[in-house]
Design a protein around this ligand. Structure first.
Ligand code: PMP
Length: 280
């Protein structure tokens, strides 16, 4: 089943207008929820970020947060008890092409679930990454459909034999093309503050809580590219990649060139955490 403008329907009932502003302008926002054993992981945090994104781009939906969350539960129930993800996007709606926003326009919502398993070998062994200039706008806190800089960066990484592109803005590390980035130096975890230069990841929020529980110092301070390369450990986080160690950047090993002890400690704590769903 698909979630289409608030209703659960079959694929045949979905009809997207060629005038949809998502299609013309990337005028919309989205969320990716992880499903573990049929349950939506950190649902409330995702809902909060979705409504915040819509608020910031001034998309007004006729569905309140609770009603939409209930629909997402129905969609996930239809998916069953397996592991996967739920993709949800809301565009501003359809109107003849013009930059200004029509007074009357109905947002268009699409949601569906897909089976998905964590990339275990990457999570265990770590991945190579590369750095690239952060050419994005200054509102990366919005989970916007405009992902062209992100997709181009990821493609650049792929062609360089790397699994993720790490964005550098004016010499400072912001985040990955589809992940948040952390360094560990002298036992302290550091990551870019959750300002307008990064997307505040839901996994990032979980890491901050886990680090506190584990007694690992955590700092919301940006690091320079030099500090990144000299870090003891580097890892990235996202809904689909969980906690993935970065073992080399631009073909240079990070630390020992293998997943480090702090990263592994966080991974173990995360694996415990993700199976407990009633935690807020
Ligand atoms: N930053 C960017 C640019 C992303 O696309 C993502 C993945 N959605 C993240 C960070 C990580 O966010 P989350 O942990 O919510 O998946």
């Amino acid at each position: 089943m698909f979630l289409w403008n608030g209703e659960l329907v079959s694929e045949e009932e979905i009809q997207v207008s060629y005038n949809d502003r998502g299609y013309y302008f990337g005028d919309g926002v989205y969320e990716v929820f992880r499903i573990y054993r049929g349950q939506l992981f950190e649902k409330q945090a995702h809902m909060k970020r979705l409504y915040q994104s819509m608020h910031l781009v001034r998309i007004h939906v006729p569905w309140d947060e609770e009603a939409l969350a209930a629909k997402l539960d129905e969609l996930a129930a239809d998916f069953g008890n397996g592991d996967g993800y739920l993709y949800l996007q809301i565009t501003r709606g359809a109107a003849p092409r013009t930059h200004t926003i029509p007074d009357q326009i109905d947002p268009v919502m699409l949601g569906y679930c897909e089976p998905y398993a964590s990339p275990i070998s990457q999570i265990k062994q770590g991945i190579p990454a590369m750095t690239t200039e952060d050419i994005r706008w200054h509102q990366c806190n919005i989970k916007s459909l405009n992902l062209l800089p992100n997709t181009l960066a990821r493609q650049q990484a792929k062609e360089a034999g790397a699994e993720e592109a790490i964005f550098i803005r004016e010499g400072m590390v912001t985040e990955g093309s589809a992940s948040n980035l952390f360094i560990v130096t002298g036992g302290v975890i550091r990551t870019h503050p959750a300002d307008r230069l990064i997307l505040e990841g839901i996994t990032r929020q979980v890491i901050e809580r886990i680090a506190e529980e584990e007694g690992i110092p955590f700092e919301n301070t940006a690091c320079s590219q030099d500090e990144l390369m000299a870090a003891d450990e580097v890892f990235l986080t996202s809904t689909t990649r969980e906690i993935t160690p970065v073992i080399s950047i631009d073909n240079q090993p990070i630390g020992s060139g293998t997943p480090g002890p702090v990263t592994r400690q966080l991974q173990e704590a995360f694996n415990r955490f993700k199976l407990v769903f009633d935690r807020k």
